[in-house]
Design a protein around this ligand. Sequence first.
Ligand code: URA
Length: 239
Amino acid sequence: MNGAVERNPDHWVDLARDRISLDGKPITTKRGIYILLYKPKGYLTTYRDPEHRPTVYDLVEDLGAWLAPVGRLDLDTSGLLLMTNDTAFADHVASPAHLVSKTYQAKAATLLSDEQIELLRRGVQLSDGPTRPAEVRRLRDGPKHTFIEIVLTEGRNRQVRRMIEAAGSRVLKLVRTSIGPIRIGDLAVGKWRRLTEEEIAALGGRARPPGRPTSNTSAAKSAASTRFRARKTGCGSKS
Ligand code: URA
């Protein structure tokens, strides 16, 4: 470290200032990679499935880094999924503390009354506790189904499905249409694009250039244990 051998494994380093080498080679962080995937229904948000079902990694080509999904979407949910190698950014976007909103459109199995929609707005009791108040908007009623838009600031497992069940109906179709200010726009289903620096900033992050670490050693260790390798498939849009 800084030209001398450091033997104490508990020694704290300042990655922004200290020069660190391993076996004579300088250690730098990789450039931050931030992509937005329009996940289709039927794809798992996981790296490998024992049942060999398609996963989001089948849709993203090898960008030379291990990308991890930010949160997850159910197998039957489609819509926006962020993937990145920047764990600090991922933690920021996923943490309920930072209130990065996620917007969903859902088709209910029944017509929903104003009272049911109000219940969803106020919050329902789930097995893991009450949900936060949410913005809920009736988009339209079909003959047998209500379509709603719901904006959440927390991301619990199967939250929208469980909320609608708690309100006495069921989800037939679910799409995540926005993450914070980022919308689907003209991104086609199954395709991905890189986030712009403005979009990264709007989500509360800062694009990480190569060799300019943003995390401390413990964060880097947790990053190493949670990273996944993006597989090469050639399906994505290059930008
Ligand atoms: N809520 C759900 O129920 N499922 C998802 O995939 C995302 C949010």
